[in-house]
Write a protein that binds this ligand. Structure first.
Ligand code: BG6
Length: 513
C-alpha cells in the first residue's frame, strides 16, 4: 500500500489511447491537471492523446481545458493551465495500425531526445475493451512495450478486464506477451478512493474493532453502491455489459474483499493482494440457475427522479428497445472460511435509484437477552456504517437510555465525517492511481489472480442469469430498487439499512424502516 508523502516520479511520457473519450475528459486530464497544480508531476512530463478522430493539438487542448473547468477537483487557473497545456500533444491513429504505432514510436523518441528524458512510457487504455488486445499487440510489434535500460514501459488497463472468465484469461495471455505482470496496472478506481483505503486503516489501525470483526459478533454485512444517475451517454457501451460486469465484478468485489480479508503481514502490495485473493477464492458459489434467493437482476423503468420525469432504461440512447441487460443487482453470498462462516454478505448496486450512496455496513448480533422494556419496539442491534460516498464518514449506532423516569431505550448514532474533521475535499481516485502507476507502485491495482478469482465466482451466475427464461424484473427510476431485492434480504429476517450523518438526514432517508 502506498505510504507516506508522495514525491514526483521520474520524467515520463503518458500516452492515452482513447483520448477523445469520456474517461479522458472527465477523469484522466482533470486528475493530471490536479497533480500538476500540486507539483506532483515531474517538470519533464508529456501526455500524448492518441485517438481516431482528426483534430489539431490546439482543438484538443481547448476541449480538455473545458473538461478541467467542468469536471476538475482543482479549479482551473489560467497560468497553471498554460504551463500544463504545453505538455499536451495529440496524435491521430487507428488502434491496430502498425504505421500509426511506428509514428508514435518516432514521436516518443524525438520528445525524449529533445527534452533529455529517459524513455519512460506509461500507456493508458481508455478505449473500448475490444481494442485492448489489438493495442497491446501493436505496442509489442512496434517495440514500445519493451522496458529497456534507459526507461520503463507500463500499461494501465481500464475495466472491464474481460467479459467473462474465458475472455479475461485470453486477454491476459495476449497482454502478457507484451507486458510482464509487474508492468501491467489493472485499474479499478474504487481502490483509489480515500474512504476505501480508510477501511484498511479503520480495521487495522485500531484495536477495538478487529476482535469483533467475525462470525461471533457480526450478524451480516451489507454493501450498497447506489447511483442516482442512469446510463447517461454510455447506453451503447453499458448495454453490452450490465451491472454484474460493470460494477459487481470489480468495485463490489473489491469492497467485499477489503471488509472480509485477514490482516496482511504488512501493507506491501503482495501481502495485501494475497489476502484479497483468499477472500475471493472462499466465496460460496451462487446458484447457476440465478435463483432469486441468491441474486436479483433488474432494469429501471420510467419513473421520477426528484420532480423530474426520468425515462426507462430501454428508452435510453444506444440501448436496445427489448434489452434484457440489468441496471441493478442484489445478491447474497458467503465467505466460507473460519472468520465468516455462516455470515451473509448482501450486496446491492444499481443505477437511477433514489439517492447516490456507497456504503458498507456491519450489522452486529443482537444482545443475547432482552433486559429492557422497549414498549414492544425492536431493540436495534449495533450497526457500523462506513460511508464511501458522498458525505464520507463513519457512523456507529448503539442503544441509549432516554433520560426520563421510566426505562426507555432508543437507538442513537455517533458520527464522524471527513468534511467536519478535515474540511478539504479528498483527492480524486484517479489522481492517486495515475501517480502510483508512474511511481511503479502496484498496491492499488489488481493482480491477474484477483481478476481471475472474481470472474470464477461470477461467470457461472452471469451465464445462468442470461440463459433462456431468466426473468427481467423492473423498478421505477428514482426508487430504491425492485421489491425482489427487498425480498432477497427479508426472506432471511433482515432488511436493507443505511445510517446517514445528521446534517444529511433530511436528504437521505433511512431505507425501508
Ligand atoms: C464505473 C462504472 O466503473 O463506476 C459506472 O462503469 C459507474 O457505470 C461508476 O457509474 C461509479 O463510480 P463512482 O466513482 O461514481 O461511484
Amino acid at each position: 500500500m502506498p505510504t507516506g508523502n508522495k514525491t514526483p516520479p521520474e520524467p515520463f511520457i503518458m500516452v492515452i489511447f482513447g483520448a477523445t473519450g469520456d474517461l479522458t475528459q472527465r477523469k484522466l486530464i482533470p486528475a493530471l491537471y490536479a497533480l500538476h497544480v500540486e507539483q506532483l508531476l515531474p517538470p519533464r512530463f508529456f501526455v500524448i492523446g492518441f485517438a481516431r478522430h482528426e483534430k489539431s493539438e490546439r482543438q484538443f487542448r481547448a476541449e480538455l481545458r473545458n473538461a478541467v473547468k467542468q469536471f476538475g477537483r482543482v479549479p482551473l487557473e489560467d497560468s497553471a493551465w498554460k504551463t500544463f497545456s504545453r505538455k499536451i500533444l495529440y496524435q491521430r491513429g487507428e488502434y491496430a495500425d502498425p504505421a500509426a504505432f511506428r509514428s508514435l514510436a518516432r514521436r516518443l523518441a524525438l520528445l525524449a531526445e529533445r527534452n533529455h528524458m529517459p524513455a519512460n512510457h506509461l500507456y493508458y487504455l481508455a478505449t473500448p475493451p475490444e481494442t485492448f488486445g489489438p493495442v497491446g499487440d501493436a505496442l509489442r510489434a512496434s517495440g514500445l512495450s519493451r522496458s529497456r535500460r534507459d526507461g520503463w514501459a507500463r500499461i494501465i488497463v481500464e475495466k472491464p478486464f474481460g467479459y467473462d472468465l474465458e475472455s479475461a484469461r485470453s486477454l491476459d495471455r495476449r497482454l502478457s506477451a507484451a507486458f510482464s505482470e509487474s508492468h501491467t496496472f489493472r485499474i479499478d478506481h474504487y481502490l483509489g478512493k480515500e474512504t476505501v483505503q480508510n477501511l484498511l486503516v479503520f480495521r487495522f489501525g485500531n484495536s477495538i474493532f478487529e476482535p469483533l470483526w467475525n462470525q461471533k459478533y457480526v450478524d451480516h454485512v451489507q454493501i450498497s453502491a447506489l447511483e442516482s444517475i442512469g446510463v447517461e451517454q454510455r447506453g451503447r457501451y453499458f448495454d453490452r455489459l450490465g451491472t454484474l460486469r460493470d460494477v459487481v465484478q470489480n468495485h463490489m468485489m473489491h469492497l467485499l474483499t477489503l471488509v472480509a480479508m485477514e490482516p496482511p503481514a504488512s501493507m506491501d502490495a503482495t501481502a495485501v493482494r494475497n489476502e484479497k485473493v483468499k477472500v475471493l477464492s472462499a466465496l460460496r458459489p451462487l446458484s447457476r440457475e440465478c435463483a432469486p434467493a441468491d441474486v436479483v437482476r433488474a432494469q429501471y423503468a420510467p419513473g421520477r427522479v426528484g420532480r423530474k420525469r426520468a425515462r426507462g432504461y430501454r428508452q435510453e440512447e444506444g440501448v436496445a428497445p427489448d434489452s434484457r441487460t440489468e441496471t441493478f443487482v442484489a445478491l447474497r453470498t458467503y465467505v466460507d472460511n473460519w472468520r465468516w462462516a455462516g455470515v451473509p454478505f448482501y450486496l446491492r448496486t444499481g443505477k437511477r435509484l433514489a439517492e447516490q450512496v456507497t456504503d458498507i455496513s456491519i450489522h452486529f448480533k443482537s444482545v443475547p437477552q432482552a433486559l429492557f422494556d422497549t414498549g414492544g419496539a425492536p431493540l436495534y442491534p449495533n450497526m457500523l456504517s462506513l460511508r464511501i460516498q458522498p458525505h464520507e464518514g463513519i457512523s456507529l449506532r448503539f442503544q441509549v437510555k432516554v433520560p426520563e423516569m421510566r426505562m426507555a431505550v432508543r437507538p442513537f448514532q455517533m458520527d464522524f465525517t471527513y468534511q467536519d474533521a478535515f474540511g478539504s475535499r479528498p483527492p480524486e481516485a484517479y489522481e492517486r492511481l495515475l501517480l502510483d502507476a508512474a511511481l511503479g507502485d502496484p498496491a492499488l491495482f489488481i493482480r491477474d489472480d484477483e481478476v481471475d478469482a472474481a470472474w470464477r465466482f461470477l461467470t457461472p451466475v452471469i451465464e445462468g442469469c442470461e440463459g433462456a427464461g431468466a426473468p427481467t424484473v423492473t423498478y421505477p427510476a428514482g426508487s430504491w430498487g425492485p421489491v425482489e431485492a427487498d425480498r432477497l434480504i427479508e426472506r432471511d429476517g433482515r432488511r436493507w439499512e443505511l445510517l446517514t450523518p445528521p446534517e444529511h438526514q433530511h436528504a437521505i432517508r433511512e431505507c425501508k424502516l
